[in-house]
Design a protein. Structure first.
Length: 103
């Protein structure tokens, strides 16, 4: 059993996190605090893309509800998946851009 500095036993999670932090230190990865400004910008990007994805899904379901043709439904599904993947990719790019601008 491993015990922390205050005498309490460490959980498996705490042990794993300690090992990961040690590996990061050995690899030269620096640990930084995330500023409130950065958190707010990242949250805003998340909210915007969450809304865009919800809108896309609502429109997709609406189109599916009015289409009985199997081939047309497959085409709508393919379009939806492609548009969804594009939005997710855009979101990830924006998040990375925000993070890199604040370094």
């Amino acid at each position: 059993m491993v015990v922390s500095d205050d005498g309490a036993p460490k959980s498996a999670y705490e042990l794993a996190m300690a090992r990961l932090k040690e590996k990061d230190r050995e690899a030269g990865v620096e640990e930084r605090e995330v500023s409130e400004e950065l958190k707010a910008e990242l949250a805003e990007v998340g909210r915007v893309y969450q809304a865009k994805l919800a809108e896309l899904e609502i429109l997709h379901r609406s189109k599916l509800a009015t289409t009985d043709d199997y081939a047309a439904r497959e085409a709508l599904e393919a379009d939806y998946l492609r548009d969804r993947e594009r939005l997710v990719s855009e979101r990830e790019s924006k998040i990375e851009a925000v993070r890199s601008d604040k370094r």
